[in-house]
Write a protein that binds this ligand. Structure first.
Ligand SMILES: O=C(CSC(=O)[C@H](Cc1ccccc1)CC(F)(F)F)c1ccccc1
Ligand SMILES: [Zn+2]
Length: 156
């Protein structure tokens, strides 16, 4: 199957608040699969449903070592549904981010170093975990997308 077209900043879908997922059905799994394929095709480390024109509260994160974050962990893609950030460290850290919806640009963004998060997996089972460093950064970036926030509203 082909990668999905990626919404570019300025498209209305990227400004909307995502809708809570209620049906953990095969359509949801197929969307997640298509998102992962699109993320890999675009060489990204994350992607949120609104970026592929779906209004659902769903994203994928897939940290890997890269030139900006050489010590980032290599992890299998994680599908995150109906995410919540339960707590966030007072400590902030500035780092470089890109966005598939703002191609070719890099922004220096402040993020919480550590966050405690809760989300459902594709089976609807609740997960709760603490994230830190680059993975926490990706989670916060994708979580922003589900609130209709892009890097342009965050860059310092
Ligand atoms: O692969 C990218 C391209 S941008 C990217 O992967 C976004 C995710 C992201 C990159 C860097 C920090 C946080 C999130 C994907 C988006 F826009 F769909 F969310 C990359 C950029 C900077 C550092 C490491 C990797
Ligand atoms: Zn983005």
């Amino acid at each position: 199957s082909q990668p999905l077209p990626i919404a570019l900043v300025g498209e209305a879908i990227l400004k909307e608040h995502a809708i809570e997922v209620r049906d953990f059905d095969t359509a949801l799994s197929q969307l997640a699969e298509q998102m992962a394929l699109s993320m890999v095709a675009a060489n990204g480390v994350g992607i949120a449903a609104p970026q592929v024109h779906s209004p659902l509260a769903l994203f994928i994160m897939a940290s890997r070592p890269n030139e900006r974050y050489p010590d980032a962990p290599l992890m299998d893609p994680v599908v995150v549904v109906n995410p919540q950030i339960l707590s966030a460290s007072a400590e902030l850290v500035s780092g470089e981010e890109g966005c598939l919806s703002v191609p070719g640009q890099r922004f220096s963004i402040w993020r919480h170093q550590t966050i405690v998060v809760r989300y459902q997996d594709l089976a609807g089972h609740w997960q709760q975990t603490e994230l830190t460093g680059f993975i926490a950064r990706i989670f916060q970036h994708e979580f922003d997308h589900l609130q209709g926030i892009t890097l342009l509203e965050r860059s310092q």
